[in-house]
Design a protein around this ligand. Sequence first.
Ligand SMILES: Cc1ncc(COP(=O)(O)O)c(C=O)c1O
Length: 357
Amino acid sequence: MISIAKPMIGEEEKKAVLEVLDSGMLAQGPKVKAFEEAFAEMCDVRYAVATSSGTTALHVALLAHSIGPGDEVITTPFTFIASANSILYAGARPVFVDIDLVTFNIDPAQIEAAITPRTKALMPVHLFGLMCDMAPIVALAQAHNLIVIEDACQAHGAEYHGKRAGSFGTGCFSLYPTKNITSAEGGMITTDDEEIAERCRVIRQHGMRRRYYHDELGFNFRMTDVHAAIGLAQLQKLERFNEARIANAHFFNEHLAGVTKPIVPEGYRHVFHQYTIRVAGGRRDAVLEGLREKEIGTGVYYPVPVHQQRVYVERGYEGNFPEAERAAAEVFSLPIHPALSSAGLETIVVVVNELCG
Ligand SMILES: Cc1ncc(COP(=O)(O)O)c(C=O)c1O
């Protein structure tokens, strides 16, 4: 079986975890601090704040920017549900804007029409490892005085014209096991704003600035030193992992036929969290079945856009986002992770081309 994802855990991670266990410092401690510093450097920002997951990173980032009831946050309906859910957790309302046909990311040309006097922030999601078109998004944010919260949960090390994901506004990353690097579970918030970084640290730890003095309502969204030790060891390997993903994607781009392949616009570094292809004409399920028979793992990210999920329909969401709906019906992802062998890559190409070519 060729799996769709594979966490790459080596001796370094195991050794680092044992060191933490032996140290007796298990909760948020020196490893978390070291991981935060190294992560900030990777994103080329001044601060990083570790949390327990990508979801809690988004939640904390929204709260740190004082986004709450009565506010609207513009995002994409074609994403993992956590992007939009974090906005609901903060008490605000997600407002969806359709995606671009080619990149699967929010279409900047449609954002302005969704801005209202209640709009407080834009939440672009860098889906599958490809950043959103940030120049028009940042320009709109400046023109309308909006905050930018990047959902970079799938975009560790991705770049837009030489600038890293997580460095355009307040960035939020996931460290879930399927991501380009993992800490088993974990999240990271990145920012150049000292005050926002401090607010994130306070909200993550029960609203506590001084020990056992609680100035505001916070949470326990801390990362443990055990998780940080894994994350820190993984971070040293991020470039190697990303380059392996990019090389695998080049191989697919060269050899796959009969499917719509991912595009990398000029000036972008796509880090291929997923290699997502499109099979039109209602043929997707048959192709998925064919791949399953040949023991090739696949993933459908995502079969239902957020506005059509029951939890959103029950909250009165409807709307017409044709590209998101079409993508949900037509796309699927192939294995692209760094552990794939050349034989595995070749098998995938042969089987996909037989089914689609
Ligand atoms: C786009 C996106 N946003 C948010 C999240 C939430 O991250 P986590 O699963 O670490 O809570 C994920 C991860 O699955 C994601 O892919």
